[in-house]
Design a binder for this molecule. Structure first.
Ligand code: NAP
Length: 287
């Protein structure tokens, strides 16, 4: 009889929604899981929920990890890699889950050659350890953004862990990732926020009140991402500024075109465009 395969110990920094959900899934699959948080209450809660085998406020706990996922907010990823480096064994693989890739990859790769950027395309509107849930990554895309110098073994290590969560793994450059998420994630936040701001600009109090009373499912859908967590929206805009500006520029041109058709009562042109968009929409959505 062969000995059971010993699964790689996984380290996680930042036990919030994404980090906690990864911890739950890796633990359920039999990996030893080591978690690092910045507050002792979070360590205690993660141990109590049996999401991790060990938890600490000290990054040195992760000396024993073969693969480390950095799951902190974007601005803390590079400082965390910098702090981790002195404690890492040469072969340790480091990855992150940040939702913008080019600046992170540019900063982290020179610090640790066995770094590969990653972005699981899964989440909820909630934050923190309490929001962590098992199976969050099942059936979802997981993007890896290696550079030309990233060792193939590093890419494969993280890809195979992501596949073990049930994710579909994609690979692209950090820049292609950032432009793609600008279109489908970051532009919608700004468009949705501007929709809310435009409604708020209604000058007549009676109409403004009535609009609020009449708002229903369509408004719920179109305002959801613009009325979400402001910190996340701000970080997206700060970290993905160039790609977001590019998308906003094109969006403005589209809006001008639609406005012109309405202004000119060019209903055939408007209808043709709306029909085309009805056909296009399902190609973006997996449900
Ligand atoms: P979250 O629930 O707020 O979790 C962030 C975690 O990082 C928390 O545990 C927080 O600790 C910890 N943290 C914050 N500042 C820290 C610091 N200075 N040092 C150490 N730990 C620190 O956020 P999240 O949604 O999981 O997001 C984490 C990362 O995932 C972000 O980079 C984000 O871009 C990416 N991401 C998010 C989503 C999404 O939909 N939410 C999807 C994909 C990727 P406390 O518990 O003490 O606050």
């Amino acid at each position: 009889m062969t000995a059971p395969e010993r699964l790689q110990p996984v380290g996680i920094v930042g036990l919030g929604l994404i980090g906690g959900s990864l911890a739950l899934d890796f633990k359920a699959r039999g990996h030893p899981v080591l978690g690092v948080a910045r507050r002792s209450q979070v360590c205690e809660a993660a141990l109590a929920r049996q999401m991790v085998d060990q938890a600490s406020l000290d990054l040195r706990l992760l000396k024993a990890a073969a693969v480390i996922f950095i799951c902190t907010p974007l601005q803390v990823i590079e400082p965390t890699v910098r702090e981790l480096v002195p404690w890492l064994a040469e072969a340790t693989v480091v990855t992150d889950v940040g939702s913008v890739k080019a600046p992170i990859v540019q900063q982290a790769t020179p610090l640790w050659p066995n770094f590969v950027g990653g972005h699981p395309m899964a989440g909820t509107a909630e934050q923190g350890l309490e929001a962590a849930q098992a199976g969050l990554f099942q059936g979802r895309a997981y993007v890896l953004t290696p550079t030309a110098d990233t060792p193939a073994t590093v890419i494969e290590t993280v890809a195979s862990l992501a596949r073990s969560l049930g994710s579909r793994v994609y690979q692209c450059t950090p820049e292609a990732h950032d432009q793609a998420v600008a279109w489908i994630s970051h532009l919608p936040v700004i468009v949705s926020a501007s929709l809310l701001a435009a409604c708020e600009a209604e000058p007549e109090a009676r109409v403004h009140d009535l609009a609020r009373q009449l708002a229903s499912s369509g408004f719920r859908d179109t305002s959801r991402v613009g009325g979400g967590n402001p910190e996340l929206g701000l970080l997206m805009a700060r970290y993905n500024r160039e790609a977001l500006l590019q998308s906003l520029h094109t969006y403005r041109q589209q809006l001008d075109q639609l406005t012109a058709w309405i202004q000119d009562s060019d209903w055939p042109a408007l209808e043709q465009s709306l029909r085309l968009m009805q056909q296009v929409r399902p190609t973006y959505l997996d449900d």
